[in-house]
Design a binder for this molecule. Structure first.
Ligand SMILES: Cc1cc2nc3c(=O)[nH]c(=O)nc-3n(C[C@H](O)[C@H](O)[C@H](O)COP(=O)(O)OP(=O)(O)OC[C@H]3O[C@@H](n4cnc5c(N)ncnc54)[C@H](O)[C@@H]3O)c2cc1C
Length: 375
């Protein structure tokens, strides 16, 4: 029996589990390591925060999926990997040997660059921690403990989550005005999107009285205060953070080849560039010399070729190429049941765009709910 370990229940690994259930690979002992049985789907996270979805709508249950794939689900977090010895150390101190490992453990916002961020901000990732505090936060707002809320990060995640929070918090009339702020170090919001997307979003933010600070790099966070590099101080009772993606720290000491930002370097087969028996996908990995954003769309698209290459590698067959698509469709929700579509230079928006996004997201989630039927 060959030991295949799937590390993390990310967007690509759910597809690997489904594929291995549909077409089992003989003589393979499959193990999935995930700290949580329920793994969040990022596309529905803003809708969950806004109150359009319930918790189960936006989470995939890994237990039935693992059972279908014939995998053992180990509920734990990896805290180290030794590529030379081919083993993974879990947070309970135990180690697990592998013949082949696939890593899909996502990313976290980079806290190191902002002094005081770890103590005084709430990052939107890990999603589990963010959601665990969100409902308590809603209660605090309703009790009048929070009057202003700032989001640091002007990319799609920061904007969507801020507008979702505003939508949810303003559904119940409050006896005072709640002030929302959006802060980014870039000259404008959503720099990776077309001017039409930015224009629609800017109008929406203005209509909703969100104060936007562009070109404002936050150097330090103190209790209820953001301090910009320029020395400007911005007060906010609660500070959230969605400032991009940083690599899980232990990857750098795993012996795997990593890039300058400590993400795992992979080749076109989604394989570590220095350990052929290690595959890595999603936010935690980058194809050497390719530029593409850290986004769930890429992690999802990597699922089928990853499943195919794991199967082929285990069977000693030649691997297939994966090429990241040059552009992707982004559907950015704006709090209420409304969204903006961004496709290259094109953009359009409306309630129908939100319904379209909702259909795509529900279809995606449907693939990972039982029953599954083998062909
Ligand atoms: C608020 C928000 C909204 C977003 N919206 C979108 C969107 O609409 N569209 C889009 O394309 N992208 C979106 N993104 C980006 C998207 O979340 C990520 O790019 C995507 O989740 C990456 O998928 P992944 O499979 O790499 O990792 P993840 O989805 O993060 O999954 C990683 C999994 O690994 C587990 N894990 C983590 N560490 C360990 C460990 N040490 N050991 C074992 N398991 C571990 C985690 O519990 C998790 O289940 C959004 C991000 C945020 C923060």
């Amino acid at each position: 029996m060959k030991k295949l370990v799937l590390l993390g229940g990310g967007h690509a690994h759910v597809e690997v589990l489904r594929q291995f259930g549909l077409r089992p690979v003989p003589d393979v002992e499959l193990t999935l390591i995930s700290p949580d049985r329920l793994t969040p789907y990022s596309g529905m996270l803003p809708g969950l925060v806004a109150g359009h979805y319930g918790f189960n709508d936006a989470h995939i249950d890994l237990e039935p999926l693992a059972r279908f794939a014939g995998a053992r689900l180990v509920q734990a977090s990896a805290k180290a990997l030794n590529a030379a010895r081919r083993n993974v150390t879990l947070d309970d101190g135990s180690t697990l040997d592998y013949d082949v490992v696939s890593i899909d453990i996502g990313s976290t916002p980079p806290l190191q660059g902002i002094a005081g961020a770890a103590e005084h901000t709430l990052p939107v990732k890990p999603v589990k921690e963010f959601l665990a505090t969100w409902e308590t936060f809603v209660t605090r707002v309703r009790a009048g403990e929070v009057r202003s809320l700032a989001m640091v990060g002007g990319g799609a995640a920061g904007v969507e989550v801020l507008l979702a929070m505003q939508h949810r918090l303003t559904q119940t009339p409050l006896p005072y005005a709640l002030h929302f702020l959006l802060i980014t170090d870039t000259p404008q919001l959503l720099t990776q999107h077309a001017p039409g997307v930015r224009a629609t979003l800017t109008r929406s933010l203005a209509r909703k009285n969100v104060t936007v600070h562009c070109a404002t790099r936050i150097a330090r966070v103190e209790a209820k205060t953001l301090v910009a590099e320029s020395g400007a101080r911005i007060a906010a009772d609660a500070i959230f953070l969605a400032t991009g993606a940083a690599a899980p720290q232990w990857l750098a000491t795993s012996g795997l080849d990593v890039n300058d930002k400590k993400f795992i370097n992979i080749n076109k087969y989604l394989q570590s560039t220095n350990h052929a028996e290690v595959f890595a996908v999603g936010d935690c990995a980058t194809i050497a010399n390719k530029v593409y954003p850290k986004s769930g769309v890429y992690a999802v698209r990597q699922g089928p070729p990853l499943a195919e290459n794991l199967r082929r590698f285990l069977c000693g067959e030649s691997l297939i190429d994966y090429t990241p698509q040059p552009r992707t469709l982004a559907l950015i929700s704006t709090g209420e049941a409304h969204a903006i579509a961004s496709w290259g230079a094109l953009s359009f928006h409306g309630n129908w765009v939100w319904r379209w996004k909702d259909q795509i997201d529900r279809k995606f989630m449907g693939k990972y709910r039982p029953p599954w039927r083998s062909p």
